[in-house]
Write a protein that binds this ligand. Structure first.
Ligand code: ADP
Ligand code: ASP
Ligand code: MG
Length: 826
């Protein structure tokens, strides 16, 4: 009968409820012979080691802290045990606590604890958890055969070397054979202490922090188990640390090598040494979730079936990068040997090495805590070369992280490195050093620690292990902004499902109040959230929140018409925030600002899209860009870019005064609250110069020949007064209409741009009745492009050019275009 080994981590045995869960898992396992390795209850090892540190610093009081630990175990015992089992456990626990107090008292006097003392104290957690649990499982009586408590110190013998603890297999195997119940046919459950062992001299030692995984695999090997199951608090090995990448995915299977590489580079779910004993005997390891035992978990074995090239992405923080540079190293044999020899002699372990083929510099990464010591060691080792100038510098940069991409399949597939570095580039993370092992199982990049979360997410999402995450902030939840939020609310799930696009609206801001949300605003209820949880608006803080370091991309959508907001664009674009907007203020500001804006966009490698500034949702700017990008030459653009003015002249047939038509249009909501904003033509002129600049003309707003329909004498009164006094000008307007009609023409308010003359004009003109502009729907916008290609018959873009639905749709389109530029496959 084969053994099966289970190992439960600290989080799985944190309290009585957890222990009951573990008991149930074991009772449901039909395997008659089980080895069960337990960690200490969650946090207990830390607490015990803290006691030692406190004693060394004489920072007592220790008695209370020991009492806390005792009490925590007593509570579990009171819940799970009864009678003799309970009193025996409590008596032993009390004795252990007295021993600990005695030892710590000595430590306080000496002010220093030797390693064996530290190891002895640290190991009590596993002794308590296993004693407690074995008594409990025995008491439940639902496992076949007997329940034995096994003290791993009686079995596992190790020797600590530079690579950590090495198991002395022969001795340990002999111990195991002696202790383990002999009858191979008899069912049995062994409850085994994780983490602790004995050294060659018989002194208690540990297997290092998180060493219980290692214990699990050592016992797997000693018992020749058919399988090892490591139970923890996540669904398996995830493609990245779930605390940094919340949407990391469970990896279904991994090779031993992949798992080892992931563990070495910081995937905390498995201890790096765990694999060795299992590999030795070819035992498959399962990583499973104690809190969701029905889930399959991750299988780690010699030949996994999974065909994904990249399995996981990890990141180790607190790394220092050391760079040794000098022409004197070129072609000199043995430099690396001296360098790494010196580091080895001082016990400094090197995590990553990178050397260019010129041999002009050697660069390596070490734990940040060793940085100062490493610098001294390297300077000493190359003292002569430094003095003589053969080596110019030894530069040590703390504050680095190593991002590692791991997967066996990378060797056979193309473009993995390109994807990694592309994603880092997209996230504006610069790479300080690179290493790829010849096995091609791992590509590592050293980056600045402050970007580590963002880099991890960006690389992770580029491999489609998780959706692309884009942080979005919306400014101006007014007419257009609120419709856009509603449109997003209705589409967000589809985008996530079909495009793997994870759009997170994380802030909404009006001119007065803002609502910042983490992780995101619940869009279907954005109005409630915005009105109930808000604070005074602060543009800087808003932008900072949206541009969160740990999210790979951030976009600000400006649906306001505010100049203040527009003024921020250059700073935002330069800092890495993308902008999407229907706000015309920035693009129609003076040319100096316009140049600065686009320069900032280039410098920040960001995207700035503003299709909805002209013609709302109509593809006007995109069409113009496509024409220019494909080499067409724009000769002339003509258009009606004000829905309001189009409407007024479409409906006005002279049967009633012009002022009445304005009044009626206002009543139907076709004009701005103050109709002069439309009639003055300035809004139109802004759109025209946006197009003109897009065409390459250097136009200022003041260059536009503008015919305003607001009589000069009514320019500065109130809006009500304006409407009251407008009839005084009806006769003049009627005369213009009459004059046009007499020539069988119509009046239309249009704008035009001419490439040859560089002229821009906006005003009322007479057109033939057959002209395109004379025959459009009520409030439509229309733009005619006369180009080299479209010279006989112009390219015309026409359709509704105003209204919240279509404008919001245009902005939404731009937002998705930004996402596509960022790598989302639309
Ligand atoms: P245990 O107490 O069971 O030994 P640990 O805390 O040692 O548990 O390890 C599990 C934790 O490891 C998870 O809760 C998770 O937060 C973290 N972790 C880090 N990287 C990964 C990863 N790549 N896959 C799964 N978990 C990871
Ligand atoms: N209890 C030990 C620790 O916290 C061992 C383990 O949990 O794996 O390091
Ligand atoms: Mg662990």
């Amino acid at each position: 009968m084969d053994w099966r080994v289970h190992k439960f981590g600290g989080s799985s045995v944190a309290d009585a409820v957890c222990m009951e869960r573990v008991a149930r898992i074991l009772e449901q396992d039909p395997q008659p012979r089980l080895g069960v390795v337990l960690s200490a209850c969650r946090g207990v090892t830390d607490a015990l080691l803290n006691l030692v540190a406190t004693a060394e610093r004489q920072e007592g009081p220790l008695t209370e802290r020991i009492e806390e630990l005792r009490h925590r175990h007593e509570v579990i015992a009171d819940t799970l045990l009864a009678g003799n089992a309970r009193s025996e456990f409590l008596a032993q626990l009390a004795q252990d606590c007295r021993d600990i107090a005695g030892i710590l008292h000595t430590v306080e006097l000496i002010r220093s604890a030797a390693q064996p003392v530290r190891d002895l104290i640290a190991g009590y957690g596993e002794i308590w958890s296993t004693r407690l649990f074995s008594a409990y499982l025995r008491h439940r009586g639902r496992r076949p055969g007997s329940v034995h408590w096994i003290d791993a110190r009686d079995v596992v013998s190790v020797e600590w070397g530079p690579l950590g603890p090495a198991v002395r297999w022969d001795l340990s195997q002999a111990n195991a054979d002696r202790i383990v119940p002999r009858d191979p046919a008899a069912p049995a459950t062994l409850i085994i202490t994780g983490f602790i062992a004995r050294d060659a001299k018989g002194v208690q030692t540990t297997l290092g922090r998180n060493g219980s995984d290692f214990s699990g695999s050592i016992f797997g090997a000693l018992l020749s188990a058919a399988e090892i199951h490591i139970w923890t608090d996540v669904d398996g090995v995830l493609s990245a640390d779930p605390r940094l990448v919340p949407d990391a995915k469970v990896i279904d299977s991994l090779s031993y090598n992949e798992a080892m590489e992931l563990a070495y580079f910081g995937a905390k779910v498995i201890h790096p040494q765990t694999m060795a004993p299992a590999v030795l005997k070819g035992i498959p390891i399962w990583i499973r979730n104690t809190f969701a035992p029905e889930k399959p978990g991750t299988l780690i074995c010699a030949k996994p079936t999974s065909e994904i090239a990249v399995k996981g992405i990890t990141c180790i923080d607190r790394v220092a990068l050391v760079n040794l540079e000098g022409a004197g190293m070129i072609g000199v044999p043995g430099t690396a040997h001296r360098l790494f020899g010196a580091l080895r002699d001082h016990g400094i372990s090197v995590i990553l090495i990178s050397q260019g083929s010129s041999e002009h510099s050697i660069c390596f990464a070490i734990p940040e805590a060793e940085a100062a010591r490493a610098e001294t060691v390297v300077r000493q080792a190359f003292d002569r070369e430094l003095r003589e100038g053969q080596i110019q510098q030894v530069q040590v940069d703390p504050g680095c992280s190593i991002l590692a991409v791991v997967g066996d399949g990378m060797a056979g597939s193309h473009g993995v490195a390109a994807k990694v570095f592309g994603a880092l580039g997209n996230a504006a993370v610069s790479v300080r050093a690179i290493a790829q092992g010849a096995s091609e199982r791992n590509i590592s990049a050293v980056i600045d620690s402050k970007f580590s979360a963002r880099a991890l997410r960006s690389v992770h999402s580029s491999f489609y292990l998780s959706p692309h995450t884009v942080s979005v902030g919306l400014i101006g939840p007014g007419v257009v902004g609120s419709v856009l939020l509603d449109q997003l609310a209705s589409q967000i799930q589809r985008l996530s499902r079909d495009l793997k696009l994870d759009l997170r609206v994380r802030g909404i801001m009006s001119s007065k109040r803002m609502h910042l949300a983490d992780p995101q605003v619940q869009l279907p209820r954005w109005r409630d959230a915005f009105s109930s949880r808000n604070e005074p608006s602060d543009l800087a803080r808003f932008a900072q929140h949206i541009h969160a370091e740990y999210l790979p991309h951030a976009v600000i959508i400006d649906c306001s018409s505010s100049q203040d907001v527009a003024d921020r664009y250059p700073g935002w674009l330069a800092s890495g925030l993308h902008i999407v907007t229907p706000n015309k203020k920035a693009n129609s500001a003076d040319l100096e600002f316009y140049a600065r804006l686009h320069e900032a966009r280039r410098a920040g490698n960001t995207h700035y899209l503003y299709e909805a500034t002209v013609g709302a949702g109509l593809p006007v700017i995109q069409t113009l860009r496509d024409l220019r990008d494909t080499g067409d030459a724009i000769h002339r653009i003509e258009g009606m870019l004000s829905g309001t003015l189009a409407y007024l002249f479409n409906v006005w047939d002279g049967s009633e005064p012009f002022s009445s038509v304005v009044r009626a249009a206002k009543a139907r909501g076709y004009t701005e609250p103050d109709p002069r904003d439309d009639l003055s033509g300035t809004d139109f002129a802004r759109k025209l110069i946006i197009l003109g600049r897009e065409m390459g003309l250097r136009l200022e707003l003041s260059d536009v020949q503008l015919e305003s329909l607001v009589p000069r004498s009514l320019a500065s009164c109130t809006a009500e007064e304006f409407l009251e006094r407008l009839p005084a000008f009806d006769t003049a307007m009627a005369e213009r209409l009459q004059a046009a009609r007499s020539r069988d023409r119509v009046l239309r308010y249009i704008g035009s741009l001419d490439a040859a003359t560089g002229k821009a004009s906006v005003g009322l003109v007479e057109l033939e009745r057959s002209h395109t502009f004379a025959n459009i729907n009520l409030t439509d916008n229309v733009v005619r492009f006369l180009t080299q290609r479209y010279n006989q018959n112009p390219l015309v873009v026409q359709g509704p050019g105003a209204g919240p639905e279509v404008t919001a749709g245009g902005v939404f389109g731009d937002l998705l275009r930004v996402c596509a530029y960022l790598g989302v496959k639309l």
